[in-house]
Design a protein around this ligand. Structure first.
Ligand SMILES: NC(=O)c1ccc[n+]([C@@H]2O[C@H](COP(=O)([O-])OP(=O)(O)OC[C@H]3O[C@@H](n4cnc5c(N)ncnc54)[C@H](OP(=O)(O)O)[C@@H]3O)[C@@H](O)[C@H]2O)c1
Length: 345
């Protein structure tokens, strides 16, 4: 069936299984609007963006141009849900899901956008200010998916080690999460989640949410998503996988290709190449599809329109078999390309 491959959350929100990653699509680079337009014309239904990518003033107006009629003209695929926990829905059903859970948006929305709050805004006023800026940039009445970008101060933001080990982090995480719950209750956000949360950060938070839920607090809400670095060579720690499963939290894989640092090494891996040849797809398609069949939504990124395309259609329309999955499951090297969230207290 020609349609959209989605992860449907319990509140009816549908997150497309594949979004275009927008990190390092620089706001002042001529390649950025070209890549984003290529993605939307080429059939992507979603973008993964963030305040700290400093490009929402560019991506927002482009997305705003792609309403339902524009998106209907985009390339269409017959995606395969084989081996994944996702489902294929018609384009009309997907468009209809933008009315969940708060009713019809005032804008003509057809593209799902994720954004993330950077650590410099980890307080209620900072979060609200950024939410308003995002809504202005995208000319929207609500955010599709809002994430806390890191569980504390990111290493790039820290003048010294003590900032990452700030003893107030746990309290800050809870305050920020309660602000997210408020924004959800106000209808400003359709789904809320986390990014880079390891067990040490997630467990106390979900325990607090559960306690408040059990006490009948109507606003208490579990995260829908935890977006973390995952690839064939950097697989999810077992304890984190188990915890997210227990609370029905979906993983999104970032840097599934290995980011700029490791992409060449990962796509040159002999075993990955053999699997790619068997299915007549590229090694990049194999790396992305493995994530999808593990149940993780994905965000491949490229500034080149031809790669934006090559990473999409073939990945959506083929499936790895159980032998391929078993072989890749054994390739973990804990080879992280980004900062290590375990370092954050
Ligand atoms: N939540 C977080 O903290 C966090 C952290 C990192 C990333 N993310 C999100 O996840 C997205 C993806 O992660 P990522 O950007 O780190 O890396 P990625 O998607 O794993 O890899 C991107 C790199 O691969 C290259 N590439 C893409 N397709 C290719 C292909 N078919 N063949 C060869 N090279 C290819 C790109 O170069 P060209 O552009 O030159 O093609 C770029 O250097 C980000 O854009 C962002 O949206 C989130």
């Amino acid at each position: 069936m020609v349609g959209v491959l989605v992860k449907e959350f319990a509140n009816g929100v549908m997150l497309p299984a594949v979004s275009l990653g927008c990190w390092q699509l620089y706001g002042d680079a001529p390649s950025t609007p070209v890549a984003v337009e290529a993605a939307l014309k080429g059939g992507y239904y979603a973008l993964d963006d963030a305040q700290c990518y400093n490009n929402e003033h560019v991506t927002g107006p482009i997305v705003a141009k792609f309403g339902k009629e524009e998106m209907k003209k985009a390339s269409k695929f017959d995606p395969s849900a084989e081996g994944t926990p996702f489902k294929v829905v018609s384009e009309a059903e997907y468009f209809g899901s933008f009315e969940k859970p708060h009713g019809k948006p005032t804008d003509d929305r057809a593209v799902f956008v994720t954004t993330k709050i950077w650590c410099s805004n980890f307080d209620p006023a900072g979060i609200r200010k950024q939410v308003e800026q995002h809504l202005k940039d995208f000319q929207r009445s609500s955010i599709d998916l809002l994430l806390l970008h890191w569980p504390g101060n990111h290493v790039a933001w820290c003048q010294d080690e003590s900032m990452m080990k700030d003893p107030k982090n746990a309290e800050t995480r809870l305050t920020c999460w309660k602000t997210f719950e408020e924004l959800y209750a106000e209808g400003k956000v359709r789904a809320i989640g986390l990014s880079n949360y390891m067990v040490q950060h997630l467990l106390p938070l979900v325990e607090d949410i559960k306690k408040r839920k059990d006490a009948g607090c109507p606003k208490a809400r579990m995260p829908f998503v935890n977006q973390i670095e995952i690839s064939a060579f950097c697989q999810v720690p077992e304890a984190l996988e188990k915890l997210c499963k227990e609370y029905d939290i979906t993983f999104t894989s970032y840097s599934s290709l290995g980011s700029a640092k490791a992409v060449q090494e990962n796509i040159s891996d002999k075993a990955i190449q053999t699997i790619a040849d068997k299915h007549k797809v590229s090694p990049a398609n194999v790396l992305i599809r493995w994530c999808m069949q593990k149940g993780y939504t994905v965000l491949p990124r490229s500034k080149h329109p031809e790669r934006v395309q090559a990473n999409y259609g073939p990945t959506l329309t083929f499936a790895l078999d159980q032998d391929d999955m078993n072989a890749i499951n054994k390739m973990n090297l804990d080879r992280r390309t980004g900062s290590n969230p375990h370092d954050i207290a």
